[in-house]
Write a protein that binds this ligand. Sequence first.
Ligand code: DX5
Ligand code: ZN
Length: 227
Amino acid sequence: MAGKDFRIAPSILSADFARLGEEVRGVIAAGADLIHFDVMDNHYVPNLTVGPLVCEAIRPFATVPIDVHLMVKPVDRIVPDFAKAGARIISFHPEASEHIDRTLSLIRDEGCKAGLVFNPATPLFYLDHVMDKVDLILIMSVNPGFGGQSFIASALDKIAAARRRIDASGRDIWLEVDGGIKADNIGKAAAAGADTFVAGSAIFGEKDRVGAIRRMREALKRATIGA
Ligand code: DX5
Ligand code: ZN
């Protein structure tokens, strides 16, 4: 099981947007493995954030991969723009695409890793026929749209179910969790099978980002030793 190779992905949603480049540089220096980039369209989700232009703007600061989480509908039109703007991973919600298989292929054709995102009430059966086209599965532990929400505990069973699917496939698919992740619950998400952890408010909401990421890594270490 690919459990030891943990990745921490600070979500810039909780960063200071007036100083975004410095914020990105700061969390990478503090130990971030990915930069999670939340794209909201005020249509698929009730909030509006940033697009390819801002992705391109942070690109020189992002010495780790940019992990773009699309909360937009439709999906396909905007995928090439993000690939050109420096995205390395592009994930989308199956409900937001009319042709999921086509969107997954489009993302890979653009040279990125392709991810499928599952809202709390979205069943995993969307994976049934596309495991060979997915590089990342993202389990939402909040309903998408806002940072700073509380972790929905039923996500743990869903992470475990996704882990079983990944292990059964024998493929190298990352299992990411997003929403309400803190140092005090990250261990449970890891024990359930997640290997990649998005955290917005728990990192950017802290002045001491080094300490925030260190506490998460310590919790992950305890979870693997204790497991
Ligand atoms: C929610 C976003 C998350 C969010 C996480 O719709 O997809 O990435 O920024 O923020 P926290 O960690 O504060 O829940
Ligand atoms: Zn996200």
